[in-house]
Design a protein around this ligand. Structure first.
Ligand code: HAM
Length: 422
């Protein structure tokens, strides 16, 4: 089939691209307001950048192949390992804390479903070099402010926060989950919300089908009731500090402490969070957390990090659901109409002058009756047509026709050239 894009990949027609551009512009604006600098990296990376660091699930979703030089490479499925490598390479020279953002296109061989594609764009905002909850709260505030910038409030989106240290301490003390078992167990618990049967299967695989699986599943289902008790433990101090900072920023009404959030990626080490639509009908809009060991594993430099990724797919669905998608932009300022063949050159000259002055203009690319040209002008959404014929040229004027009202008037060519149409 040559008539379709690959499953899970998008053809972006102008309306869809208008939505994406609106998302990107808003992302960049919020990142600027938080003092983040933009960076980018290569879309193709060495395979080993992801193996073991990102976790088994992501590695199974890699687009990977051997290049012509015999290197094992992968299309990037996420940005965080690239960021860790880039920061590691210049760690000495960079002023800490580093606040960087990026909007990469990412590739994951996932089964296509609502909110999941094989390709998506993701806003990444990360703070590097700051170990405390102040940085955790700062990136969470940025994620929330991004959604506020799309006019979404606490009744539309919820931030669910947790801390892997609390859940891990509990799993170790109560169920003797070892350090090597922990990443697999957390990856299993990450599935709990959407698919408890998958959690069960993963735990049985990781823990070898032993007697701890049932009690751990019981612990997960009772976590809501235990939340207050867990929050009173000393290990919950950073999480509580984070929540009070969000409160001081006026964002507390978005936040729910929810220890069922553990995140699926292997490298998280502390506070973790996800953003969901309040109706909980979509997948996570955004996910992130603290990952203090990844930079050391990738580049040998020991620097604490925290950040998040926010995808354009789920966010786009949410914006469409709320009727907040922009119209495909119709940017024309004027459509120029040539009455006869001899008027074409003057029209070209005027088009060039107006474009040089920064205005958006179009004209028919072949000789057509005026009616046809006006039809095209209306179809393009131009607010006005500027009509030039032999009489107008002689009188050094143009006819400016308002395409909404149909009213028209003569305006001197000298004015029109400057973009003045009345
Ligand atoms: P993640 O949870 O894998 O985290 O992805 C973050 C967000 O990207 C998700 O919440 C979702 O909105 C979007 N996303 C992920 N996969 C897909 C997909 N197949 N189709 C559409 N959207 C998708 C990370 O990638 C971490 N590296 C984020 C991070 C940055 N953590 C710290 N810094």
């Amino acid at each position: 089939m040559q008539g379709q894009a690959l499953p899970g990949f998008r053809d972006s027609y102008p309306e869809e691209l208008a939505l994406r551009n609106y998302i990107f512009t808003t992302w960049r604006d919020v990142a600027r307001r938080y003092g983040f600098q933009e960076y980018d990296g290569p879309p193709l990376e060495p395979l080993e950048l992801y193996v073991e660091k990102s976790g088994e699930e992501l590695v199974q979703q890699l687009y990977t192949f051997e290049d012509r030089g015999g290197r094992k490479v992968a299309l990037r499925p996420e940005m965080t390992p690239t960021l860790a490598r880039m920061v590691g390479a210049r760690a000495q020279a960079l002023k800490k804390p580093i606040r960087w953002f990026s909007i990469p296109q990412l590739f994951r061989y996932e089964r296509q479903q609502r909110g999941r594609l094989k390709e998506h764009f993701q806003l990444n905002m990360d703070i590097i070099g700051e170990p405390g909850p102040a940085a955790d709260a700062e990136v969470m505030a940025a994620a929330l402010d991004t959604l506020r910038a799309f006019d979404l409030g606490p009744s539309d989106v919820r931030l669910r926060v947790s801390d892997r240290r609390i859940v891990a301490a509990h799993l170790a003390a109560r169920y003797q989950v070892s350090g090597t078992e922990l990443p697999g167990v957390l990856a299993g618990l990450d599935k709990w919300d959407r698919n408890p049967a998958e959690t069960d299967a993963i735990l049985r695989k990781v823990l070898g089908n032993d007697t701890r699986v049932g009690p751990i599943l019981g612990f997960m289902s009772g976590l809501r009731e235990q939340a207050d008790a867990l929050q009173r433990l000393p290990v919950a101090e950073p999480l509580n500090e984070c929540c009070s900072r969000l409160e001081a920023m006026g964002l507390r009404q978005f936040v729910e402490v929810d220890f069922r959030i553990v995140r699926g990626l292997a490298y998280y080490t502390g506070v973790v969070f996800e953003l969901f639509d309040a109706g909980n009908s979509l997948r996570a809009i955004c996910g992130g957390g603290r990952y203090d060991d990844l930079l050391k594993e990738i580049s040998g430099i020991d620097l604490p990090c925290v950040g998040f990724g926010m995808g354009d797919v789920v966010l786009g669905e949410l914006l469409r659901e709320h009727g907040k998608q922009p119209e495909a932009p119709t940017q024309l300022d004027a459509f120029l109409v040539a009455v006869g063949g001899e008027d074409v050159d003057p029209v070209l000259k005027l088009a060039s002058q107006l474009r040089g002055g920064g205005l958006a203009v179009e004209y028919a690319l072949r000789n057509q009756p005026i009616r046809k040209q006006l039809e095209l002008a209306a179809a393009r959404g131009a607010p006005r047509a500027v009509i030039i014929g032999p009489d107008e040229r002689k009188a050094k004027v143009a006819i400016v026709r308002d395409l909404k009202t149909g009213r028209q008037r003569k305006v001197s060519l000298a004015k029109v050239r400057k973009g003045i149409f009345r």
